[in-house]
Design a binder for this molecule. Structure first.
Ligand SMILES: Nc1ncnc2c1ncn2[C@@H]1O[C@H](COP(=O)(O)OP(=O)(O)OP(=O)(O)O)[C@@H](O)[C@H]1O
Ligand SMILES: [Mg+2]
Length: 193
């Protein structure tokens, strides 16, 4: 049976959690993994946790419910990606304790770049006071202290950040090593012959 795991992306809004979770998911499927599931704040908050807001209590409850699902999936052989701002360290530590093969990815990006990116126009609203309690502006974000992986999305391409996650999975023995360099070297030799 396929070994389950949880790849937990945490970081500010617009840092790249959804983008990377989708890309990692795509790469895993391309390798023939059949059981892959993404849990994403963008989707979960419209369904499983649609009754919740953005107070500390509600944010903790949001992560609590997702942790429950991620635990079930990962313990049953599913490659699970989680994309949540998840600003509070303690809630993430609970997710770590309950998830099977938990890998925390800190999706790091300076606030100035995020304000510039502003893919959803939320920073503009938060800075003008239209939205209150926005993480990174007037609500806290507690960065991970010992994440397995840190990606710097202001400096790396999506491809590079994704490659870091895939390499970690390979090195941990959670997915098999696919040696692209050997494969491309073979092609080169074949063409030269
Ligand atoms: N290395 C990178 N990794 C991920 N995203 C990147 C990278 N470089 C640039 N980007 C861009 O940053 C944006 C990230 O947006 P995305 O929706 O993934 O953020 P998010 O963290 O899911 O935000 P939210 O918490 O609001 O859902 C995208 O427009 C993406 O193309
Ligand atoms: Mg997102």
């Amino acid at each position: 049976m396929q070994e389950g795991f949880v790849i937990w992306f945490t970081g500010l809004s617009g840092s790249g959690k959804t983008t990377l979770a989708r890309e990692v998911e795509r790469k895993l499927r391309a390798r023939g993994m059949r059981y892959v599931q993404r849990l994403d704040g963008d989707v979960v908050r419209q369904d499983l946790t649609r009754d919740l807001g953005f107070s500390k209590e509600d944010r903790d409850e949001n992560i609590h419910r997702v942790t429950f699902v991620a635990e079930l999936l990962s313990k049953n052989g599913v490659a699970t990606t989680c994309a949540f701002i998840s600003p509070y360290r303690e809630a993430r530590e609970t997710a770590r304790a309950r998830g099977h093969n938990f890998i925390e990815v800190y999706v790091e990006c300076p606030l100035a770049t995020l304000i510039e990116r502003d893919p959803k126009g939320l920073y503009k609203k938060a800075l003008s006071g239209e939205i209150k309690g926005f993480t990174g502006i007037d609500d806290p974000y507690e960065p991970p202290k010992n994440p397995e992986i840190v990606v710097h999305t202001d400096l790396e391409t999506v491809e590079e950040s994704t490659a870091k996650v895939i390499a970690f999975l390979e090195q941990s023995g959670l997915i098999s090593i696919e040696n692209d360099s050997i494969a491309s070297a073979r092609v080169f030799v074949a063409e030269g012959e």
